[in-house]
Design a protein around this ligand. Sequence first.
Ligand SMILES: Nc1nc2c(c(=O)[nH]1)N[C@H]1C(S)=C(S)[C@@H](COP(=O)(O)OP(=O)(O)OC[C@H]3O[C@@H](n4cnc5c(N)ncnc54)[C@H](O)[C@@H]3O)O[C@H]1N2
Ligand code: MOO
Length: 400
Amino acid sequence: MVSVDEYRAEIRSLLGTAPAVALPLLDCAGLVLAEDVLAGVSLPPFDNSAMDGYAVRAADVAGASADSPVELPVGEDIPAGRIDVPDLPPGTAHRIMTGAPLPPGADSVVMVERTDGGVERVRVFEPVAPGTHLRRVGEDVAKGTVALTAGTVLGPAQLGLASAVGLAELNVYRPLRVLVVSTGTELVVPPQPLEHGQIYESNSITLAAGIRALGCEVETAISTDDVGLFRDAIEPRVGEFDLVVTSGGVSAGAYEVVKDALTGLGVTFKKVAMQPGGPQGNGRWNGVPVVTLPGNPVSVLVSFEVFLRPALLAALGHRDIDRHRVRARLTEGLKSPSGRRQFRRGYYWQREGQVTGEVGPRGGPGSHLLAAFTQANCLIVLPEDVTEAPEGTEVDVLLL
Ligand SMILES: Nc1nc2c(c(=O)[nH]1)N[C@H]1C(S)=C(S)[C@@H](COP(=O)(O)OP(=O)(O)OC[C@H]3O[C@@H](n4cnc5c(N)ncnc54)[C@H](O)[C@@H]3O)O[C@H]1N2
Ligand code: MOO
């Protein structure tokens, strides 16, 4: 048996790191920047107005008040987008809009609300300090400096900034193309009718949804437990993918299609000291990384959480690959098999003012209890040397 930590490392090194690729900004959402981005322009690119109003010299309106306004002739209109910006002669104002370039000579902007809004001449009711309502060139980003560092996860703010500094594409770690294969002669794809002895297939949707949420591209396939049919259906497609993930057919019985088809082709099967998710396999099939998960739906989810999710995140360039881990007190006693790390589905909460949260199990240890998983918000971790954890025991909890 290999330990959970050894097997995690094995899957991580199997998946490696995806190559970098240039993608249009919107296709980069959720992906990780592969290299630093230098700002090709300053932000703001020029001194500009933060308000709709009048560009003035502060000295010209120094004595203004509601009772004795200062009246200035209005020279020109400077809407946002005007590129031939006229100078501001002393003793005059230009009408200016938010985002418009500050005319040379002006040192501040008076909001339109502090004036009579005049078009030919304007009466100003308040003085302004020099620099008021201005946004200075380079205040946000200076041209030539690093606007986004390699390793940044690209969300709305980061992609907006990339566009703001003039980029249409970014170099990101390429989303992996993953083939998810469910195996089992008993499997029926909804909404086909079900015979007694058959079940509806669910692992492919579980895995595809989990993998796609990380930013990968996913296709799914279903195979019976016939080794020949499995090889004929899947092998020709393997080369199109960066990773193949199978579920089912890896344990100890007869008709273990994945084990039977891939043993001797570069995939090795082993037992990991965990529950659920004990029977596992991985390797390369025609050079393509393959991870073979056990078939039980909860084993699939737990294996995804413990092995695949962190390895995929690392391959996609993420640094933060682990779920947040907190300590919590069990609200119910739990039993765990000796020598195995048990991951129980749980619900974690923290009362106001409480330092350590509380956690209660959702469903039993059975790896077929998929509905209970949907009620869970965490995995409770019971270490290898723990066989009994009474109510009140402090445990590690992985927040999902
Ligand atoms: N004699 C032993 N029997 C079993 C052992 C063992 O060590 N010795 N290990 C058990 C454990 S633990 C697990 S986990 C399973 C893993 O078995 P397989 O990977 O071979 O999975 P299957 O037998 O194909 O399926 C298990 C279970 O899950 C259902 N299943 C499979 N695929 C799907 C799917 N795509 N959607 C929904 N449900 C699926 C399948 O019908 C079975 O009920 O082996 C234990 N046995
Ligand atoms: O390891 Mo199996 O995944 O316990 O049910």
